[in-house]
Design a protein around this ligand. Structure first.
Ligand SMILES: Cc1cc2nc3c(=O)[nH]c(=O)nc-3n(C[C@H](O)[C@H](O)[C@H](O)COP(=O)(O)O)c2cc1C
Length: 191
């Protein structure tokens, strides 16, 4: 499987602190990666070290740093992780109230292979709006890693700190790389 470019969107939840693990998983497979953060996620991440690791600015607002293009670069896969209750509900509804959500709305609309990995406790995943959001995103072709088949279950309220170290960064990358591979047109003569 050849490499590609991975767009990562991080939301405001504990595992955002560890997003370098996803970047490293991608780079080990010859992918490049860039990080976009929701405004809340900015409190969880080390912007400078992520920029050094990826070679790309961390984007959180519409303002781009000098020399950076405003439009989205060509993207082979999108991973939204950790995805919060708040952002998952917004993405399903098509809300675009910050730069990260606008990027996500556009990339899903462009049919970029997309994986969402929630980090949401069981009280919140039990809510009807959340269940409808996950069903609606899956209907739209978005891969939401959640439930027994994905070996990723919601944690009991108050146990996020213990669960954080099990966040499935590698599975998220493998799933996105597989989706990207499946969505690539077959090379001529290899039908
Ligand atoms: C320390 C801390 C930890 C949080 N952990 C979570 C979490 O694990 N899951 C979640 O859905 N929200 C969590 N939140 C709440 C979100 O940060 C909050 O809903 C925020 O509005 C999410 O914004 P975003 O979706 O734009 O990133 C946490 C908030 C704080 C301050």
């Amino acid at each position: 499987m050849t490499g590609g470019h991975l767009q990562i969107v991080v939301c405001g939840a504990g595992p955002a602190t560890d997003v370098a693990q996803l970047i490293e998983a991608a780079q080990q497979r010859c992918w490049t990666a860039a990080v976009t953060a929701t405004p809340s996620a900015m409190d969880f991440i080390e912007t400078q070290s992520l920029e050094t690791l990826t070679g790309h600015p961390v984007r959180s607002t519409y303002q781009s740093s000098p020399g950076t293009r405003r439009s989205l670069p060509a993207t082979d896969a999108l991973i939204i992780a950790p995805a919060t209750y708040n952002s998952i509900n917004k993405i399903a509804l098509g809300l675009a109230d910050n730069y990260a959500m606008t990027s996500v709305a556009e990339l899903i609309g462009r049919q970029v292979p997309t994986v969402i990995v929630p980090f949401v406790n069981a009280a919140l995943t039990a809510r009807a709006p959340f269940r409808h959001a996950v069903a609606s995103l899956r209907d739209e072709g978005v891969r939401v890693l959640l439930g027994p088949d994905d070996h990723w279950e919601p944690h009991p309220p108050g146990s996020g700190n213990e669960r954080q170290k099990f966040f499935p960064w590698t599975a998220a990358f493998e799933t996105a790389a597989q989706l990207a591979h499946e969505s690539r047109p077959a090379a001529p003569g290899h039908a």
